[in-house]
Design a protein around this ligand. Structure first.
Ligand code: CTP
Length: 412
């Protein structure tokens, strides 16, 4: 039977030997409860943390570790071949090294070598191990080959340590698995952004007037977050520069929080230095108060307030487009328009000099704050791609559908 015709997607949950193995139980439970057929393949060290009985009870299948069990079924080949998705969670530094080098000394590493489906690694380890050049090179190798290696979260680690290396939230890993499986089921090239670095800006800037007041806008950040999450699910390394949002960090994405337009510019330019694509979804304030008053502005009885003098902020999108950090870097902008949407959009695309411009018509229930969006994507080559009203994730995927072939034309 063709993999796509099967009713229950087959997922292999590889578990390597880290304390976060207990959090993989939550991922397993979510996968099985949502109708996935899950085979758990723990390493011998993983069983020190969570035993075989737990994995088989939660998955409904025996959980084998070695290639010597049920040899007549040739499990070291069959499990990987039959899978629609392999997710290794947690992935230790040792597991990443073995996978990068093609070692095959147990059932999980054999499965990784035989899998032809998308593979997700959710690393968890101490910061020093994650930052070690050996680990970083292994991660780069795996990503270059098309695996999705999510960035570990920052936070409390085992013992007294805190830093980068924390196992990402299982709910978020589950969301990533579903996204990857859904694209595969549509027959799409699942990891077409593998090996690429993309930068997305999201949210809105706030320009302070005094210690308690600012000029801001109503951007929620949802569209930018959807762009970041979908790019990660397509295999990209993602830097998300987020202005004043209250959304949870998408799994596997490096989030850089910023406040003002000038901070956003600095963070975006820094990340763009080695990026293949930059998408400016943030609502950047065009102006800021000319003067920042360090003491709170007080009302004075009998006096009108002083007018607020504004000055221009730098146009980051125009700057990125005019001065590409890498040859062939793809730059995407957003435009919110209230009338003459396409005419204004075309003019803005030309003025900003970007490759693609996503033009939204703003109005009630559209764009700001809403989970849905409708747009037309204008390209510098004259083409137009209408995106019907729908979830911001669908619009995000259409943006990447247009970015990916433009990247393929450029050298890695
Ligand atoms: N943008 C930017 N820097 C700014 C202002 C906007 O990089 N200082 C980016 C936004 O992130 C978005 C695009 O430019 O991708 C369009 O922003 P918009 O405010 O709609 O366009 P403007 O050029 O400001 O035109 P106008 O306000 O006149 O419509």
């Amino acid at each position: 039977m063709d993999k796509r015709e099967r009713e229950r997607p087959r997922v292999v949950l590889g578990v390597s030997g880290g304390i976060a193995a207990y959090k993989a139980c939550e991922l397993l439970r979510r996968l099985t409860e949502s109708g996935h057929d899950v085979r758990v393949v723990p390493t011998a060290s993983a069983l020190h943390f969570v035993g075989e009985a737990t994995w088989s009870a939660l998955s409904g299948h025996p959980a084998a570790t070695e290639v010597w069990e049920s040899v007549h079924e040739v499990p070291h080949v069959r499990i990987g071949q039959a899978a629609d998705l392999v997710v290794v969670a947690p992935a230790t530094a040792d597991m990443l090294a073995k996978a990068a080098h093609g070692l095959a000394d147990d059932l999980l590493t054999n499965t990784l070598l035989t899998a032809r489906c998308p593979v997700i690694f959710a690393p968890a380890m101490h910061t020093e191990m994650w930052e070690n050049p050996a680990t970083q090179e292994n991660v780069a190798t795996l990503r270059r080959r098309g695996a999705i290696v999510v960035e570990p979260a920052v936070g409390r680690l085992t013992g007294v340590d805190t830093g980068k290396g924390r196992f990402p939230d299982p709910v978020e890993i589950f969301a990533l698995c579903r996204r990857v499986l859904a694209r595969g089921a549509e027959g799409a090239a699942v990891t077409d952004l593998a090996g690429r670095h993309v930068v997305v800006s999201a949210g809105g800037t706030r320009e302070p007037l005094d210690p308690v007041r600012y000029l801001g806008n109503r951007s929620s950040g949802k569209q930018g977050y959807a762009l970041a999450a979908t790019a990660a699910a397509r295999g990209a390394r993602v830097t998300l520069v987020a202005g004043n949002t209250e959304l949870p960090d998408p799994v596997g994405v490096d989030v850089v929080p910023v406040g003002t337009a000038r901070q956003l510019r600095e963070a975006v330019l820094k990340a763009a230095a080695d990026a293949d694509a930059v998408v400016m979804a943030a609502a950047v304030a065009d102006f800021r108060p000319a003067v920042y008053t360090t003491a709170k502005i007080k009302k004075v009885e009998g006096q009108e307030p002083e007018p607020i003098v504004l000055v221009r902020n730098p146009d980051i999108l125009a700057e990125l487009s005019a001065d590409r950090a890498r040859p062939g870097q793809v730059v995407v902008g957003f435009a919110a328009e209230t009338d003459d949407v396409l005419v204004n959009g075309r003019a803005k695309l030309a003025r900003k000099g970007c490759d693609l411009l996503v033009v939204n018509e703003v109005g009630e229930h559209k764009a700001f704050g809403s989970a849905e969006n409708e747009a037309v994507i204008l390209a510098a080559d004259g083409t137009e791609t209408p995106v019907p009203y729908g979830p911001k994730e669908a619009l995000a995927d259409t943006v990447w559908d247009l970015v990916a072939p433009r990247l393929a034309e450029n050298r890695r």
